[in-house]
Ligand binder design. Structure first.
Ligand code: ARG
Ligand code: ZN
Length: 862
C-alpha cells in the first residue's frame, strides 16, 4: 500500500505495433472515497461490457494495490487472481457485469506524486499517464472512456473543500464532523483525466459566458494568502476561452471550470476534465514575486490546459504512442494564443530558442525518438521536447502548407469527426488532408523519422539568373540508420542589396533530397533570407559572408529572419573563436549597435536580437564541445560589446524603468532590454558596475528587475553579490516560488566554484528532495550551466549522478528527467565522455532502480 510495493519489475518494452482494441469497455464507473491523509479507502464499481467476441478475463491494472474485497453483480467473488501488480477477474461467459473492488492507499507515503497524494495537508491527484492504477484497479488505458460518479467523504476541518470533475450534484454532513460531496461528470473520459482535490482552499471566482450563451462559473483554488496572486491566471483563462471560440470555433462544455494550484507537482499542470490541477508556479503571480517571463508562463500554461478540453479531452488519444496528437497540437495552439496576446515575432523567437535548446540536442542524442514513438518502457519518459515542441512544429508546418482557411477546415473536420473518440495521429493527418485538400503522404514521415533534417544551401548564377540548390539529409538516429527526405514548407525571399527588385516572401514546398529553386535575375549575389519565421524545424547550412549577414540583420523585412541573421553572425564568430581562431569582434559590435538603434520602437525584439547565443547552442555547432573555450570566448565577446557600446547600455539603464505593474509588451520589452544591458556592462569588469547593478536591485519595484540584477551579481564575486543574495533570502524565505529563484541564480553562476556551491546549497535547510520545483531550481539550473556541469574533473557529473541515486527511490519521474544531460557524452572529449559514461553505469548499478531511470540511463549509454 506504499511506494515500496510498486517495486521495480524487469523492463518490458511496449510496441506501438502491438496495439489491440480493449476487450472490455467500462461505460460507467462509481467511485467512493473515504479520505484520510494516511489512509484513504477507495470503493470502485465498474460497469463492464465485453467487446471481445469470445469470453475473456477482465484485466484491471494496478500499481502497489491490494484488493480488499471483490464483488461481481453484488455477490462476493472468488474467481480472481493477481498477475504481478494487476488484478485479473474471471467473469465466465458474461458479456456485462458490475465489478466492485475495494482498496486502501496511503497518500502521505506517495512520494512519487502519481495517483492520490498529499501535498501541504491537502489531497490531490495526478493520473496521466498511468497514475489512476495507483488509486484503484482499472484498465487504465486512454481508449477506455467512462462516465464518472464520484462520492468523497472526509473530515470537514481537514478537508473543507471537496472537488472532482464535472458538477457537484449533492452534498451533506455526517454527525461525526465529516462531510461529503457527490460529483458527476456527464462527459465520458479516460481514467487519466480523473481528478480529485480535498483540502483547505480559498477561491477566486469569476464567470465566462460562451458564444452560445452558457454561463460558466470559473474558480481558481489556492491556499489562504495566495488568492491575491491569481488575477493573471484568471484573465488568461477568460482570454483562452474567448480565443478558442474565435480561432477554432470551440466552446466550453460544462457549467463549471475549476483550477487548483498545488506546490508539489512533477510537471507544469494537468488538464483533468473541468478540474485542472496546476503547479503553483503556473498560477501564482504578482509584480513583487513574479518576473515578466513568469507571467508569460502562467498565461501560456493556463491556455495550454484549457485548450486541451478540445484537443485532448473531447478528442483524446487511442494509446500513449499518440501522445503528440494532443500535446503537439495543444502546444501549437498555446503558442498561437500567446503570439496573438503579445508580440508575435518575439514569441516565435522564444519558441525557436526553446526548440533549439531542448529538442535539437534530444534529436541528436541517444534518446532521439520520432514524435510518435515506436516503443517505450516507461511512458513518463516520453513527455519530451520532441513530443511536445517538435510535435507543435509539425502541426505548424501543416498550417503553413494549408494556409489559415484550409487549416481551419481541417481542424473542424478533425474535431467534428472524432468528438468523443480516442483518436490517432493518422486520424489528424487524414482530417488535414481531406479538410485542406492536400496530399500529405510524404509529410507523414515527420511522424515516423527522428532526427533534425539538415538543409545544405548553395547559390549559383547562370547569365544573371540566380538559383538556390537545396540538399536535404536526415541524420541516422537509434534504430533508424536510413532516412528518406521529408516534405516541408520553406519560406524564402531574396534581396538585391543595391536597391534593385527583390524576390518577395515565397513559400516553397521541399520534397526531394535535392531541389533547385529559381530566384530570378539579380545584379550580383542577392542576400537570401531563408527559413523565414522558422517555417521548418531544420538546421540550415549556408555559408554567408559577415557583410551579408549584417545587411540582413539590418534590412530583412521578416523580424525573425533579422534575428536569425544577427544570431548567425554572432555564432560564426564564437564558433571560430572557440575553435582557436583569431577573430575580430567588430562586425558583431557594429550589428548590435545598429540593432540597438531601433530599440525605441520594439525593445522586446531588440533585447532578443542582441542577446548572445547560449553556451550550449554554440557547443551544438562544434564537432567536439569545448565548454571552457566556449565560456571564455563568449565572455570575451560580451565584454567587447559591453565596452564598445558602454554609453548605450548606461543610457538604457539611466532611463526610468516602467512600473512593474505595467505588463504591456512595450514595458516588458523595456525591462528585458535593461536586463540585457546589465549583463553586457557586468561583463566589462568596469569598477563601478557592481554598485550600479546593486542599485538596480535595490530600486527595483518588481521581480523582473530584481531577479535580473541578482542573477547578474551572482556571476561575480563582489561584496554586493553576497549582500544582495542575503537581502533576497531574508525577504522571500517564506515564499517557496521566490526561494526557488534564489537557488536558481546561484546554480546558474559563471563563477568557477559553482559545482561546490551547488553541493553546499543541497545541504541548505531550505533545500528538499521532496519538492520537484526545488530540485529543478537547483539541479536543473545546474545542468543548464554548461561550463559548470562539464567541469573538467567530472565533479558536476558526480553531483548529478548522486542526485539521481538519492531521488530515484522517492520520485523516479523527476529523477529520470535529470539523466539526459549525462547522455550527451558523445559530443565531448574522451576524458569527459568516459566520466559521463562511468556515472551512468554507477546509476545503473544501483539495486532496485526504477523503470523510469533504468530506461533513460541504459539508453543513454548506447
Ligand atoms: N498533459 C499534461 C500537459 O501537458 C502533462 C502531464 C504529464 N504528467 C506526467 N506525470 N507525465 O499539460
Ligand atoms: Zn499538454
Amino acid at each position: 500500500m506504499t511506494d515500496a510495493s510498486s517495486s521495480p519489475v524487469p523492463p518490458v518494452t511496449i510496441h506501438r505495433s502491438d496495439y489491440r482494441p480493449p476487450e472490455w469497455q467500462v461505460p460507467d464507473i462509481a467511485l467512493d472515497f473515504a479520505l484520510g491523509l494516511d489512509t484513504t479507502r477507495v470503493g470502485a464499481a465498474l460497469s463492464v461490457v465485453r467487446h471481445a467476441d469470445a469470453p475473456a478475463p477482465l484485466t484491471l491494472r494496478g500499481d502497489g494495490l491490494t484488493p480488499l474485497a471483490v464483488r461481481v453483480d453484488g455477490e462476493s467473488w472468488n474467481d480472481w487472481h493477481m498477475a504481478g501488480p494487476d488484478l485479473i477477474v474471471d467473469l465466465g461467459d458474461r458479456a456485462r457485469a458490475i465489478v466492485e473492488v475495494d482498496t486502501a492507499i496511503d497518500p502521505t507515503a506517495n512520494t512519487q506524486l502519481m495517483g492520490l497524494y498529499a501535498s501541504n495537508g491537502m489531497l490531490c491527484t495526478q493520473c496521466e499517464a498511468e497514475g489512476f492504477r495507483r488509486i484503484t484497479f482499472h484498465p487504465d488505458r486512454p481508449d477506455v472512456l467512462s462516465r464518472y460518479k464520484v462520492r468523497m467523504a472526509g473530515d470537514k476541518t481537514a478537508f473543507p473543500i471537496l472537488l472532482s470533475n464535472g458538477n457537484c450534484v449533492a452534498k451533506g454532513a455526517g454527525d461525526d464532523g465529516s462531510h461529503w460531496a457527490l460529483w458527476e461528470d456527464p462527459w465520458p473520459k479516460p481514467s487519466y483525466l480523473f481528478a480529485l482535490v480535498a483540502g483547505d482552499l480559498v477561491v477566486n471566482r469569476d464567470s465566462f459566458t460562451t458564444m452560445s450563451g452558457r454561463k460558466v462559473e470559473l474558480g481558481i483554488w489556492v491556499r489562504a494568502g495566495d488568492e491575491g496572486r491569481t488575477g493573471h491566471a484568471m484573465q488568461a483563462l477568460k482570454d483562452s476561452m474567448a480565443w478558442d471560440e474565435r480561432v477554432y470555433g470551440r466552446e466550453y462544455d460544462l457549467d463549471l471550470f475549476n483550477i487548483v494550484a498545488v506546490s508539489d507537482f512533477n510537471m507544469g499542470a494537468m488538464e483533468n476534465k473541468g478540474l485542472n490541477i496546476f503547479n503553483t508556479r503556473y498560477i501564482l503571480a504578482d509584480p513583487d514575486t513574479a518576473t515578466d517571463l513568469d507571467y508569460d508562463g502562467v498565461q501560456g500554461v493556463v491556455a495550454h490546459e484549457y485548450f486541451h478540453n478540445w484537443s485532448g479531452n473531447r478528442v483524446t488519444c487511442r494509446d500513449w504512442f499518440q501522445l503528440s496528437l494532443k500535446e503537439g497540437f495543444t502546444v501549437y495552439r498555446d503558442q498561437s494564443f500567446s503570439a496573438d496576446m503579445g508580440s508575435a515575432p518575439v514569441k516565435r523567437i522564444e519558441d525557436v530558442r526553446l526548440l533549439r535548446a531542448a529538442q535539437f540536442p534530444e534529436d541528436a542524442g541517444p534518446l532521439a525518438h520520432p514524435i510518435r514513438p515506436d516503443s517505450y518502457q516507461e511512458i513518463s519518459n516520453f513527455y519530451t521536447a520532441t513530443v511536445y515542441n517538435k510535435g507543435a512544429e509539425i502541426i505548424r508546418m501543416m498550417a503553413t502548407l494549408l494556409g489559415p482557411q484550409r487549416f481551419r477546415a481541417g481542424t473542424d473536420l478533425y474535431f467534428d469527426r472524432h468528438d468523443g473518440e480516442a483518436a490517432t495521429c493518422e486520424d489528424f493527418v487524414r482530417a488535414m488532408e481531406e479538410g485542406g485538400a492536400i496530399d500529405l503522404t510524404q509529410f507523414r514521415r515527420w511522424y515516423e523519422q527522428a532526427g533534425t533534417p539538415r538543409l545544405k544551401l548553395t547559390l549559383s548564377e547562370d547569365q544573371g539568373q540566380w538559383a538556390l540548390d537545396v540538399v536535404q539529409t536526415v541524420p541516422p538516429t537509434p534504430g533508424q540508420p536510413e532516412k528518406l527526405p521529408m516534405m516541408m514548407p520553406l519560406r524564402i525571399a531574396a534581396f538585391d542589396r543595391s536597391g534593385g527588385a527583390s524576390l518577395p516572401d515565397t513559400l516553397v514546398t521541399l520534397t526531394g533530397a535535392t531541389q533547385r529553386i529559381a530566384l530570378g535575375a539579380f545584379d550580383g549575389r542577392p542576400a537570401l533570407s531563408v527559413n523565414r519565421g522558422f517555417s521548418a524545424p531544420v538546421i540550415v547550412d549556408f555559408d554567408r559572408a559577415q557583410g551579408e549577414l549584417a545587411w540582413l540583420a539590418a534590412h530583412d523585412d521578416d523580424p525573425f529572419a533579422r534575428y536569425e541573421a544577427l544570431q548567425q553572425l554572432m555564432l560564426d564568430t564564437l564558433v571560430a573563436a572557440a575553435a582557436g581562431n583569431e577573430v575580430d569582434h567588430r562586425a558583431v559590435v557594429d550589428a548590435v549597435a545598429q540593432t540597438l538603434r531601433g530599440r525605441g520602437e520594439d525593445p522586446a525584439f531588440v533585447a532578443e536580437a542582441v542577446l548572445l547565443p547560449s553556451e550550449a547552442f554554440i557547443g551544438d555547432q562544434m564537432l567536439t564541445v569545448d565548454p571552457d573555450a566556449i565560456r571564455r570566448e563568449r565572455l570575451a565577446l560580451q565584454a567587447a560589446i559591453g565596452r564598445a557600446l558602454e554609453e548605450e547600455w548606461r543610457a538604457i539603464l539611466a532611463g526610468k524603468a516602467p512600473p512593474a505593474t505595467d505588463l504591456s509588451p512595450h514595458a516588458k520589452g523595456e525591462r528585458r532590454l535593461r536586463g540585457v544591458a546589465l549583463a553586457y556592462l557586468a561583463a566589462t569588469g568596469i569598477g563601478d558596475i557592481p554598485a550600479l547593478v546593486f542599485g538596480v536591485f535595490s530600486d527595483a519595484d518588481g521581480m523582473t528587475e530584481r531577479q535580473a540584477a541578482l542573477a547578474t551579481l551572482a556571476h561575480g564575486d563582489s561584496d554586493e553579490r553576497a549582500h544582495a543574495l542575503d537581502i533576497f533570502y531574508q525577504r522571500y524565505r517564506d515564499n517557496p516560488l521566490v526561494l526557488d529563484k534564489w537557488f536558481q541564480v546561484q546554480a546558474w553562476s559563471m563563477r568557477p566554484d559553482t559545482v561546490e556551491a551547488v553541493r553546499q546549497l543541497a545541504e541548505h535547510p531550505d533545500f528538499t528532495l521532496s519538492n520537484p520545483n526545488r530540485v529543478r531550481s537547483l539541479y536543473g539550473a545546474f545542468t543548464g550551466n554548461q561550463a559548470a556541469f562539464h567541469q573538467a574533473d567530472g565533479a558536476g557529473y558526480r553531483l548529478i549522478a548522486d542526485l539521481v541515486i538519492a531521488l530515484d527511490p522517492r520520485n523516479p519521474q523527476t529523477a529520470a528527467r535529470m539523466i539526459p544531460p549525462l547522455g550527451r557524452w558523445k559530443r565531448f572529449d574522451e576524458a569527459r565522455a568516459a566520466m559521463m559514461r562511468a556515472e551512468l553505469e554507477r546509476i545503473l548499478a544501483q539495486p532496485g532502480l526504477s523503470r523510469d531511470t533504468t530506461e533513460q540511463a541504459s539508453k543513454s549509454l548506447l
